[in-house]
Design a protein around this ligand. Structure first.
Ligand code: PPS
Length: 284
């Protein structure tokens, strides 16, 4: 199916899916009052958002699994850009996720109120994850085919626009915030060390038993079986679609041709040449 013009609307240069978001809410959220205890996990879609919803819920409940078994992740750690996210009425500490680009975030965050955790993932795996997600979730238009989706992704004709702009803009402005940068791949390779880093950043101390519990309930297989973590209830086009799909590093190798990969690498080198970030592209 081709993408119809009313499928997205643009707000300040960023693409939003019309059936999920609205301009009035996006306008209002720029003026949200921020408290020092507020935490915002910022991701480009498919970079580890629901994993971080799980990790943050567990960190703030000292590893108590009941915290992630009684209420859907969407209610525990909402996306602030979703109109019914109820930000202002929620009690402190407010844990949030967002896919917003830097220039649409609540302005008060730039006064160094609240905390930002930016989670990045290598963009080839982001693209592949997003491709299957669009194929399977009912709320999205299905991509025509992989080459077409690749083209759209590179040019930012996807929701939340261009991956390169998202990370470049956030990284360039990171010093304006209380800011922690982590990666999906670091979470995969050493979950314990990454969780400890997050705990230090948000000022939560967990002893070894509590840390073990956070790790156990954030593992892919455990999350996949937890209906409050895996978004089981979201309508699918087919039964094989899942938020927790493969959860691996390097699945892009099963989807990109050599030519597509080399083309992507050239664009990556060009667009990221002045950004001092290293990405992990495979699981070796
Ligand atoms: S969304 O729709 O933007 O909120 O998606 P997001 O949560 O950012 O990204 C989904 C991908 O994250 C993977 N995921 C995990 N990987 C490893 N371990 C755990 N616990 C985990 N939880 C989620 C999920 O499987 C998606 O990646 P792919 O590559 O599609 O499997």
């Amino acid at each position: 199916m081709s993408t119809t013009s009313s499928y997205y609307f643009q707000y300040k240069g960023c693409n939003f899916v019309s059936t999920i978001y609205n301009k009035e809410h996006l306008e209002q959220l720029e003026h949200f009052e921020i408290q020092d205890t507020d935490v915002f996990v910022v991701t480009y879609p498919k970079s580890g958002t629901i994993w971080m919803q799980q990790i943050m819920s567990l960190i703030y409940s000292d590893g108590d699994p009941a915290a992630v078994q009684g209420k859907p992740a969407l209610e525990r750690v909402p996306w602030i850009e979703v109109p019914n996210s109820n930000f202002s009425a929620r009690p402190s500490p407010r844990l949030n996720v967002t896919h917003l680009p830097y220039h649409l975030i609540p302005k008060a965050l730039k006064e160094k109120k609240g905390k930002i955790i930016y989670v990045a993932r290598n963009p080839k795996d982001v693209l592949v994850s997003s491709y299957y997600f669009h194929q399977h979730l009912a709320m999205y238009e299905s991509p025509k085919d992989f080459p077409d989706f690749l083209e759209k992704f590179i040019h930012g004709r996807v929701e939340f626009s261009c991956w390169f702009d998202h990370i470049r803009e956030w990284y360039a402005h990171k010093d304006e915030f209380n800011f922690l940068f982590i990666t999906y791949e670091a979470l995969k390779k050493d979950l314990r060390a990454s969780i400890q880093k997050i705990c230090n950043f948000v000022g939560r101390q967990l002893d070894d038993d509590k840390l073990d519990a956070v790790i156990e309930h954030s593992m892919f297989d455990v999350m996949k079986k937890n209906p409050m973590a895996n978004y089981e209830g979201i309508p699918k086009k087919s039964s094989d679609g899942a938020f927790l799909r493969k959860g691996s590093i390097g699945d892009w190798k099963n989807n990109f041709t050599v030519t597509q990969s080399e083309m992507f690498d050239r664009i990556f080198q060009e667009r990221m040449k002045d950004v001092p970030l290293e990405f992990i592209w495979d699981n070796e």
